[in-house]
Design a protein around this ligand. Structure first.
Ligand SMILES: NC(=O)c1ccc[n+]([C@@H]2O[C@H](COP(=O)([O-])OP(=O)(O)OC[C@H]3O[C@@H](n4cnc5c(N)ncnc54)[C@H](OP(=O)(O)O)[C@@H]3O)[C@@H](O)[C@H]2O)c1
Length: 350
């Protein structure tokens, strides 16, 4: 039977275990995806440890909000997709039930898009969450335009690197923030126009210097905590700060000033088919032009899932995406044997 990662209690990486479970048949508007690879995200660690913003019902919770695979079975009302078609998952808001840490998952058909041509499996597994978050926060939410100065926190992280590339593609000016001077060259090579390293530089002074004294038009804050106070001073009056992450667990002081501050969760866009269409088109164009690609870190086998989480927890990924490959996925028993023709559910043909 196909394997799936579940956990029954909150805790460290070892609470996750691999079990075998029958596949779920897609209902009329759903598709079943045979997962080829998935990425490990900070949200997965939070869900597993019991610190995610949304409570996770236990026991037997699944994990995983992104991944790639091929369509294995289609619900009777699904159109525009074919069995065997390579796809990426665009949103798994109920990851505890339909998570991508598995050989199969069944999701609404609206939550998959065709895999961009030219992306390998490991790249495709790791592209959507970082790029859709950065795109949604900067373009859809903050209205980023060519020429805007955009201050990007945790720029060496998955979302940060995606934000740098997206700003570049649009013609905005990405200013990368890191805590370490040693990462400057890497971030310039990744596309940052300038890098501010907080171990040696004052954020406000450095951003004023790089913006001709004006301050940043947009700040993407995926760190929060007390450091947000300085970010607010580094922005121009009337600018926008998008709060999209929480790498710093300390409280964020109540903000004051003339800035527009907006919170952002990518599900507000990735559950909207109209925005998903724009995101997918933007991503496809970037992949085709060679400008948008995830920075890949270590790749783990399916049985190495606990090791993959330890790698993330220790920060060994250095902001690059951790991918887990789902190798030798068996077919779901006698319903759709691997290598055989998968079926449309409700299809009475043998
Ligand atoms: N809103 C949404 O829908 C959404 C979607 C995806 C992710 N997120 C959130 O966005 C955040 C970033 O995700 P990610 O995948 O980019 O993470 P990531 O790849 O793990 O980011 C790692 C980078 O963050 C920086 N960092 C780590 N801890 C920090 C701290 N305490 N203070 C300042 N910088 C720190 C480090 O950069 P330096 O060492 O260079 O400083 C590190 O290289 C997470 O909180 C994640 O949950 C939100």
């Amino acid at each position: 039977m196909p394997r799936v990662v579940v956990f029954d209690e909150f805790g460290g990486p070892d609470v996750m275990r691999v079990v075998e479970e029958p596949v779920v048949e897609p209902s009329a508007d759903e598709v079943r995806v045979r997962i080829e690879a998935f990425a490990v995200n900070p949200l997965d660690r939070m869900m597993r440890s019991g610190t995610s913003p949304t409570p996770v019902p236990l026991p037997h919770a699944r994990l995983g909000v992104e991944g790639t695979g091929v369509v294995d079975a289609l619900g009777s009302r699904v159109t525009g997709l074919e069995t065997g078609e390579p796809v990426i998952l665009t949103a798994v808001p109920d990851a505890h039930v339909r998570g991508s840490y598995a050989e199969y998952t069944t999701v609404p058909a609206s939550r998959v898009v065709p895999r961009p041509a030219g992306l390998g499996v490991t790249e495709a597994a790791a592209i959507w969450v970082a790029y859709s978050t950065a795109y949604g926060a900067l373009v859809e939410k903050a209205g980023m335009r060519p020429g805007d100065h955009v201050l990007i926190t945790a720029a060496s992280g998955g979302v940060g690197r995606a934000a740098i590339r997206i700003a570049r593609q649009i013609g905005a000016v990405p200013l990368a923030l890191t805590r370490h001077t040693a990462k400057k060259d890497e971030l310039l090579a990744a596309g940052a126009v300038a890098v501010v390293a907080t171990d040696r530089e004052d954020v406000v002074e450095a951003v004023r210097h790089h913006t001709g004294g004006a301050g940043a038009d947009i700040v993407l804050d995926v760190v929060m905590g007390p450091g947000q106070r300085e970010l607010l001073k580094a922005a121009r009056p009337g600018g926008t700060l998008v709060a999209a992450g929480f790498l710093d667990p300390r409280p964020t002081p109540y903000p004051a000033g003339t800035l527009t501050i907006v919170g952002y969760r990518s599900f507000e866009h990735t559950l909207d088919p109209v925005v998903v269409k724009r995101m997918a088109a933007f991503l496809n164009a970037g992949v085709r032009l060679g400008t948008l690609r995830p920075a890949l870190g270590k790749v783990f086998p399916f049985d190495g899932i606990a090791e993959a989480h330890r790698h993330l927890e220790k920060g060994l990924h250095a902001g690059k995406k951790i991918v887990v490959t789902v190798q030798d996925a068996p077919g779901p028993g006698d319903r759709a044997p691997r290598g055989g023709a998968p079926r449309r559910m409700g299809d009475s043909s043998p």
